[in-house]
Design a protein around this ligand. Structure first.
Ligand code: TXA
Ligand code: MG
Length: 344
């Protein structure tokens, strides 16, 4: 097996997958880094993750340094089998069994009571642990070859999650041992985080509210912003581009953007295709996707924000979309990224 697909880059080795797979030699190399206490950025079906051996508190601790992440924000344990799951949780309640049967492997993260085997670095001292089984083939193969992998998204803290290897390299080159490049991710927004005890969606994500409701009819969605956050990550400004972003919501969003764009001709516009065609903005247009295709909008959302940042814009005028299906996750991320929300 030739090593030509691996190249060194400021100490960070980059492995290029082909057709969504790694060779056995590449997989062995990645598993060796994880088992040796190192950090590997790897693709999942949602966004790229920054992984370490779940059972190695010191290795997990290095993730916080690489990301500049606050230490009170716990991360997700990624498993490849129900046997793995049993090793990281106290018990598997019936609600979990139902959800696992329908949605795993896939982008649904469940909050369990944690096993004592999980170091505090993973859970930020909580007695619960977030677990999901990703459906991405490389992620599954890497976990199978090594151990359950604790991983947050592979971005610098506060920045939009990376949905392609170029964005991972931008944030993580020189900070971690290895990056697996497998092109663009499928969903583009992170997994849905569901608390089993309260039957509440803590973070809307790639598995929709409508889909969960079919399995758990009394599912709730966490809306609060004050008090002790039930998902610790929710108290930080997140997913944010460097530019100031104004989010326009409601039926007049398109005409409000039109007015603002006339007053701020150099602003970037992030809008649906229909609005861009209808309003004929004078340039600096970035397309979310078509109306009625929130799946496409989700897939391109974070990479659009990062592209706008790289081009050096100071102001983004962004159009909101309906909160249906994966649109709920899109709006959740847009509201967190926005410096200001205007709704008329
Ligand atoms: O799709 C995803 O979920 C990606 C990929 C890599 O799997 N990961 C991801 O991780 O988005 P991260 O760290 O960016 O977000 C994890 C979320 C945070 O909002 C965190 O607060 C929440 O899960 N979380 C983790 N452990 C928790 C716990 N024990 N209780 C409540 N929320 C928890
Ligand atoms: Mg994240």
């Amino acid at each position: 097996m030739k090593r030509s697909t691996a190249k060194k880059s400021h100490g960070t080795r980059i492995l290029k997958a082909s057709a969504g797979r790694l060779s056995d030699a590449q997989l062995d190399a990645a598993a060796k880094v994880i088992l040796g206490g190192g950090l590997v950025a790897f693709p999942t079906e949602t966004v790229y993750g920054l992984g370490a051996n779940t059972f190695d508190g010191e290795a997990v601790g290095r993730i916080f340094d690489a990301k500049g992440r606050p230490h009170d924000n716990p991360m997700i344990v990624h498993v490849a089998s129900i046997r793995d799951l049993r090793g990281v949780v106290k018990k598997i309640p019936p609600t979990a069994e139902k959800l696992i049967k329908r949605f795993w492997p896939g982008p649904l993260t469940l909050i369990f009571e944690k096993s004592p085997a999980i170091p505090d670095e993973v859970t930020a001292g909580l007695d619960t642990v977030a677990v999901r089984m990703p459906s991405n083939k490389i992620a599954l193969a890497l976990i199978e070859k090594s151990v359950p992998i604790a991983a947050p998204s592979a971005n610098l803290s506060g920045r939009p999650s990376p949905t392609n290897a170029k964005d991972v390299i931008q944030d993580m080159k020189g900070r971690i041992e290895m990056i697996i490049d497998s092109g663009q991710t499928k969903f583009g927004v992170e997994s849905t985080v569901f608390d089993l005890k309260s039957k509440t969606i803590l973070r809307p994500g790639a598995v929709t509210y409508e889909d969960i409701k079919k399995v758990i009819p009394d599912v709730k969605v966490f809306k609060g912003t004050t008090g002790r956050p039930s998902s610790p990550g929710m108290k930080y400004r997140h997913y944010a581009p460097r530019a100031k972003m104004i989010l326009f919501e409601g039926p007049n969003a398109a005409s409000m953007i039109e007015e603002w764009k006339i007053a701020n001709p150099d602003a970037a516009v992030l809008s649906t295709l229909e609005t861009a065609i209808d309003k004929r903005f004078n340039g600096n247009i970035f397309l979310l996707g078509r109306h009625g295709r929130p799946d496409i909008i989700a897939r391109n959302l974070f990479s659009n924000m990062r592209r706008i940042d790289r081009l050096g814009y100071d102001l983004i005028l962004c159009e909101g979309i309906p909160e249906k299906g994966i649109g709920m996750a899109v709006m959740n991320r847009l509201r967190k990224a926005a410096s200001k929300i205007i709704r008329k």
